[in-house]
Design a protein around this ligand. Structure first.
Ligand code: CDP
Length: 240
């Protein structure tokens, strides 16, 4: 989509960020007492809450896998999370995001330890401002740790993209609306494995490689913020 807005001028973006700068991120864990694990995350203007339940017996029974647990991530955007009220309930977009997040998380969890079980990850987007799948997946990683689910690593996500011929990290709302490409990824930071990679728009091969490197670096930065939130929570609990 074309716009009259200048997304990139004098080396700076609309919100004053440098090309490789993330929006502000704040993570808090253990925020819901009825859930087994939870996380509240703010990423720029995104506000996301995640509640994890399980491992528990998968219901209905025909969904059970006798060899491993299944991961049911359910991504939902609240009706009031966007400027135009969003019609409540699942739609194609939320089903797609739920599926890719379930698969990404499933790669990190030791699923074979919990045959016939399901691990339910409820991701509620309270406010959306582009990049909600990355925000939701990152919060889910922290909530899974809080729930004590054994994992190989804490999955983390971040996007890079292209605006006005410039590759940039972590697109904001106008950049997402009027930019030319968005590349959200999720990784396992310890092994460097890519757990999710999606792209819309168009980039050259070189721009794609630059964007991928930038998104991977972004993931590592976000991973440090995840770990800090977890450490802070458990240090506080120990001190209580
Ligand atoms: O949120 P994410 O970037 O992962 O997914 P997207 O499908 O690229 O959506 C980009 C943004 O569009 C969202 O974060 C919302 O801010 C906005 N959006 C909206 O305003 N109304 C919708 N029904 C869906 C998305």
């Amino acid at each position: 989509m074309k716009s009259d807005i200048k997304l990139f001028e004098n080396g700076k973006r609309l919100d004053g960020r440098k090309p490789d700068e993330l929006r502000n991120i704040k993570i808090e864990t253990g925020v819901l007492h009825r859930a087994e694990g939870s996380c509240y995350l703010e990423w720029g203007g995104n506000k996301v809450i995640v509640a994890v339940y399980g491992p528990r017996e998968a219901i209905p029974r025909h969904t059970q896998n006798p060899l491993r647990a299944i991961v049911n991530a359910r991504y939902n955007m609240a009706a009031f999370s966007v400027d135009d009220r969003k019609r409540p309930g699942p739609d194609r977009r939320s089903r797609e995001i739920s599926k890719v997040i379930s698969e990404a998380l499933g790669h990190a969890i030791f699923l074979e330890r919990f045959p016939r079980a399901s691990i339910d990850v409820n991701i509620e987007v309270l406010e959306a401002e582009a990049g909600t799948r990355c925000a939701g997946l990152t919060a889910a990683g922290v909530a899974l740790v809080d729930a004590g689910i054994p994992m190989r690593d804490i999955p983390v996500a971040c996007a890079a993209g292209k605006i006005e011929g410039q590759v940039v990290l972590d697109l904001g709302k106008e950049e997402d609306n009027f930019g030319s490409a968005d590349l959200p990824i999720a990784i396992s930071p310890r092994t460097g494995e890519i757990l999710l990679l999606q792209m819309d728009g168009h980039m050259t091969g070189d721009e794609f490689n630059t964007a991928l490197d930038m998104a991977i670096k972004g993931c590592h930065t976000v991973s440090e913020i995840q770990k800090k939130a977890i450490t802070e929570k458990y240090q506080k609990t120990e001190g209580d």
